[in-house]
Design a protein around this ligand. Structure first.
Ligand SMILES: NC(=O)c1ccc[n+]([C@@H]2O[C@H](COP(=O)([O-])OP(=O)(O)OC[C@H]3O[C@@H](n4cnc5c(N)ncnc54)[C@H](OP(=O)(O)O)[C@@H]3O)[C@@H](O)[C@H]2O)c1
Length: 192
């Protein structure tokens, strides 16, 4: 069985996952019991987490205990940062290598926590299989985009759900496409 990488994230309607300074107050305060229950159901179904250093540092800055206990969490970084819990592994490798290592170790459903830079690179590398987006009823105007880098891809909507706060959850399958051969343009002939 191949591992599945699932990007589950909360976004504003205009496609931002955090304010420009990283604050998440615009959706944290909206979360109600039904959304929390849905998250816990999702969390119980994943085997491991993959996150970028920016997201890890944002979680550390919030203080308190590690919010994702009981599941291995691979943090991609070149830095030597403190480990907030025994489950955390800080490593410097490509996302594809990290996913392959998790799969090799028997972890098949991997939550790509974010953030934007890592998710963008995973996406353009063709690694993301599913996108679960919680679309908050909020326009931020500016911020950290859902995917820092992009390309065109079709999605198949599998499920949709509305939470009491007005947040919509949309669960998509990313359509895998065979990579297109590179088009090398023919040299231009000047008609002068
Ligand atoms: N709304 C949500 O649901 C949600 C979810 C997640 C995150 N967030 C927010 O998103 C923000 C962080 O996102 P971000 O885009 O700034 O950072 P990020 O994607 O979390 O982390 C980027 C860092 O990861 C490391 N990295 C290692 N390999 C990488 C690769 N192949 N591609 C990209 N990065 C790689 C690099 O750190 P080194 O320089 O150390 O190597 C890079 O600077 C925070 O504000 C967080 O709160 C929001």
């Amino acid at each position: 069985m191949n591992a599945s990488l699932i990007y589950h994230v909360t976004s504003s309607l205009d496609g931002y996952i955090a304010r420009p300074d990283g604050r998440l107050d615009w959706f944290d305060s909206l979360r109600q019991a039904d959304e929390e229950y849905s998250f816990q159901y999702f969390y119980s179904g994943i085997d491991a987490l993959l996150m970028g250093r920016g997201t890890y540092e944002a979680l550390l800055a919030r203080g308190g205990s590690w919010p994702y206990p009981g599941k291995p969490c691979v943090v991609l970084t070149r830095l030597a940062l403190p480990r907030a819990a025994d489950e955390i592994q800080l490593t410097h490798c490509t996302p594809a290598q990290a996913v392959a290592a998790l799969e090799e170790a028997g972890f098949h459903r991997i939550w790509l926590v974010g953030g934007s830079l890592l998710a963008g690179n995973c996406y353009t590398a063709g690694l993301i299989d599913e996108v679960i987006i919680n679309l908050a009823p909020h326009l931020l105007g500016a911020g950290v985009p859902m995917l820092a880098t992009g390309m065109e891809r079709g999605l198949t909507l599998n499920e949709q759900r509305r939470f009491n706060s007005g947040t919509l959850q949309l669960h998509y399958q990313v359509q895998k496409q065979a990579s297109q051969p590179t088009q090398i343009p023919s040299p231009r002939v000047n008609a002068a």
